[in-house]
Design a protein around this ligand. Structure first.
Ligand SMILES: [Zn+2]
Length: 310
């Protein structure tokens, strides 16, 4: 299957594969719900009026002929609008400006946020590279034919949410301490775990996050220089373990196998439940005051934060 066909299939909402296929092979996802409640936000029952979309989507034509096919398929399938978490949070927050999601030819692999244009840009080159890496893994790991597509899609979701995080921080003037890039990885994970009221099961969500973690590790050469150490992003290995810790922290008992498999050290794992809870609470608390009129938070947790914040 070519990338363009695969992307079209993904965006067309192909039938969900069996749950087990969602997980990267290195990790077995426990067959039960984690302890962390799944979602904290829902549309108000009568809130249709307030629920206006806050995002726009556009697909820029590339100049390079070899990217034309990808462009057409992505555009025809309206890929960005159909990313589940983006769909779920479109309109959820009261933003002072619209956020525009665009695909574009960038000349290199990447995705970024342009604050001056409130624009999240996903490069066609990124889609291409992710799918190629997915195919490599599919072959190396003896995965089924749909693996590369799921790998691409899971990573696109994470990447776009990371960039969405930059947009939310700017537009809602959210405080961030520590390194913003680490915070954006956390936010992307929390958005996937908690804010998007998706049809997917918790362990499908975890499977997607695991593929995002896998990508970070697979990009790494392990050979670093001063530029890498000084970069605003953590090293690929660190981003990998940070994500693994957030996954593990949702259900330490269920994910005990991750430590045995070497996906997480025992020393780090010991604090992951607390780490995940802390990150989740922080983002829930930062975001809930900014819900658009058509949405409401629910559950004791939300009520507690809103009262305290008010
Ligand atoms: Zn970033």
């Amino acid at each position: 299957m070519t990338l363009v066909m695969a992307l079209a299939a993904a965006a067309a909402g192909d039938a969900s594969p069996p749950v087990a296929d969602h997980a990267a092979p290195a990790m077995s996802v426990p067959d039960r719900d984690g302890a962390m409640p799944r979602s904290v936000v829902q549309p108000r029952p009568m809130g249709g009026e307030g629920r206006a979309p806050a995002f726009e989507y556009a697909y820029g034509p590339p100049a390079t002929p070899r990217l034309q096919g990808i462009y057409r398929r992505v555009r025809d399938a309206d890929l960005l609008r159909r990313l589940p978490e983006v769909q779920a949070i479109d309109g959820m927050f009261a933003l002072p400006r619209r956020v525009r999601y665009v695909t574009a030819e960038c000349g290199e692999f990447g995705a970024f946020y342009r604050p001056d244009q409130t624009q999240v840009v996903l490069c066609y080159e990124t889609l291409h590279t992710l799918y190629e890496r997915g195919l490599e893994q599919q072959r190396a790991l003896g995965q089924d034919e749909g693996y590369a597509l799921r790998y691409t899609r899971a990573n696109v979701r994470f990447i776009v949410l990371h960039e969405t995080g930059h947009a939310l921080v700017q537009l809602l003037d959210l405080p961030v301490t520590g390194r913003q890039e680490d915070a954006m990885d956390q936010l992307a994970a929390i958005l996937m775990l908690r804010f998007a009221g998706l049809d997917e099961t918790p362990h499908q969500v975890v499977g997607n996050l695991d593929m995002a973690a896998n990508w970070m590790l697979s990009r790494s050469t392990g050979a670093y220089n001063l530029h890498a150490y000084a970069d605003e992003h953590a090293l690929g290995e660190q981003r990998y373990f940070n994500l693994q810790c957030l996954i593990y922290g949702t259900d330490p008992e269920g994910f005990a196998g991750m430590v045995d498999a070497g996906d997480l050290t025992a020393a780090r794992a010991a604090g992951c439940a607390r780490e995940t809870r802390r990150a989740s609470r922080a983002w829930v608390r930062l975001l809930l005051p900014h819900l658009a009129p058509g949405y409401e938070a629910y559950g004791d947790e939300a009520v507690r934060y809103l009262q305290r914040g008010g």
